[in-house]
Design a protein around this ligand. Structure first.
Ligand SMILES: [Zn+2]
Length: 434
């Protein structure tokens, strides 16, 4: 089997990211009310509302003075789907006269579920109860041919997707009350459009209050998934669903972390960077941003002096997960402990991952940069089709990250094993700010 180069997945997805940028311009305009499909704007436990507003965390709640599309800033702006509690995902399988659904629509559904639900349950430590719902368990036929919608890679919301959403709403409306859902998944018949080997069309339009309305609410957060992206690793059946958690990450307000250069900025450390290949988790920063870490699990290291912090593996529930060192009002360093566990199945060098988050950088332009503790090593992974160089990025005991200009030292200490019954090591970092 000819391995698919990572690059060929990226450029089209990059175009898709630019597409969502265009749409989001509308989203950051003065709020046109609740952007969720749900008519209940204050969904209990929705991500940003659970974030600490305490003074201890406020220096770490970075943002941007100018309007940034899908910013890494905290809190996430209004208009995205809730990311905690019970989230109802309307899931529709659609086909076209020139691309009739082959096989059962439910088989298409089963390519993504229950794996996507389980991915969210694991990654969120049970804080996101994701409920895919299929009020129409058959193929929903669109009135126009796929070709007539004019959808190709990088297609903007207008006019093709707008027409598609209009038609989709009209076709589903007799059986669907759109007010009952927080987000929409549109699973296209895999024969619509080119093979994902050639171009990747999957795209999300998020936080888009200008979207067509259905039952009085805008279809503001919708992910369109085309044929699955076979990464050539032979693991498609096991990992091909991962495009959906990635696309849904956008409806929760998370930006793309891959850039025009591919996965070189973040590697395989976040599903918003690489959603192909072996399973992976989200960065701790993203988990804080969407409400999966509570304030006690996040330490804001804003002051000067030396202090030690304990960190437990990000993939395991409970314990301290993230230390953030703000550099200014818009950026800072994040520090977390990554191991092979949970959704992180390809970690080959456990340790302390250090990365910079910049809330003033747009989606797809590199808002996060991971620091490689072993530059130009080639990495430690044997997992196919993932960015190898950054696979051994974590810092291990004895190593120190230094930013002289900012007066920051992050030293990784020897791990300790906490009291009886637990095999999970705790890592400690000594942080000095001058
Ligand atoms: Zn994306």
């Amino acid at each position: 089997m000819q391995p698919q180069s990572t690059r060929s997945h990226i450029s089209p997805r990059r175009l898709a990211a630019l597409t969502s940028v265009t749409v989001l311009t509308l989203a950051v305009a003065p709020s046109a009310g609740n952007g969720h499909l749900s008519p209940y704007p204050s969904t209990p436990g929705a991500g940003p509302s659970t974030l600490s507003r305490s003074s201890a965390h406020s220096p770490c709640m970075i943002g941007s003075a100018r309007e940034i599309q899908m910013s890494e800033g905290i809190p996430t702006i209004d208009g995205y789907a809730p990311s905690t509690g019970t989230v109802h995902a309307l899931t529709l399988m659609i086909d076209f006269s020139d691309a009739p659904g082959e096989g059962k629509a439910l088989d298409r559904y089963r390519e993504f579920f229950p794996q996507t639900q389980e991915w969210f349950r694991t990654s969120s430590y049970g804080r996101l109860d994701y409920r895919p719902e299929i009020p129409i368990p058959d193929w929903l036929r669109m009135p126009k041919s796929f070709r007539e919608y004019g959808i190709e890679r990088g297609a903007p919301f207008d006019p093709g997707y707008r027409k598609l959403v209009d038609d989709l709403v009209a076709a589903a409306d007799p059986k669907v009350d759109f007010r009952s859902y927080d987000l929409v998944n549109v699973l296209m018949t895999p024969n619509a459009g080119p093979s994902a080997l050639d171009t990747v069309l999957s795209v999300t339009f998020a936080g888009n209050p200008e979207a067509p309305t259905a039952d009085g609410v805008p279809v503001a957060n919708a992910s369109f998934v085309y044929s699955r992206q076979d990464d050539g690793s032979g693991s498609l059946d096991r990992t091909g669903y991962r495009v959906l958690p990635h696309e849904n990450g956008h409806v929760f307000g998370l930006p793309d972390l891959y850039t025009a250069e591919g996965g070189g900025a973040v590697g395989h450390w976040d599903i918003m960077s690489e959603d192909w290949g072996a399973n992976n988790d989200l960065l701790g920063w993203h988990k804080w941003k969407i409400g999966w870490l509570d304030p006690r699990q996040v330490h804001c290291a804003a002051g000067t002096g030396t202090r030690e912090y304990a960190l437990t593996p990000l993939a395991e529930p409970g314990g301290p997960k993230l230390v953030f060192l703000p550099l200014d009002a818009r950026s800072g360093y994040a520090v977390e402990f990554r191991t092979r566990a949970g959704n992180d199945e390809a970690v080959c060098r456990p340790g302390i991952l250090i990365y910079k988050v910049d809330a003033a950088v747009e989606t797809g332009m590199g808002p996060v940069t991971v620091y490689d503790s072993r530059q130009e090593s080639g990495g430690c992974t044997r997992s196919p089709n993932i960015h190898a160089e950054l696979s051994d990025a974590p810092f291990t005991p004895g190593q120190t990250f230094i930013d002289r200009e900012a007066g920051i030292r992050i030293q990784v200490l020897e791990p300790t094993t906490p009291g009886s019954g637990s095999e999970v090591p705790e890592y400690h970092v000594r942080i000095t700010r001058t």
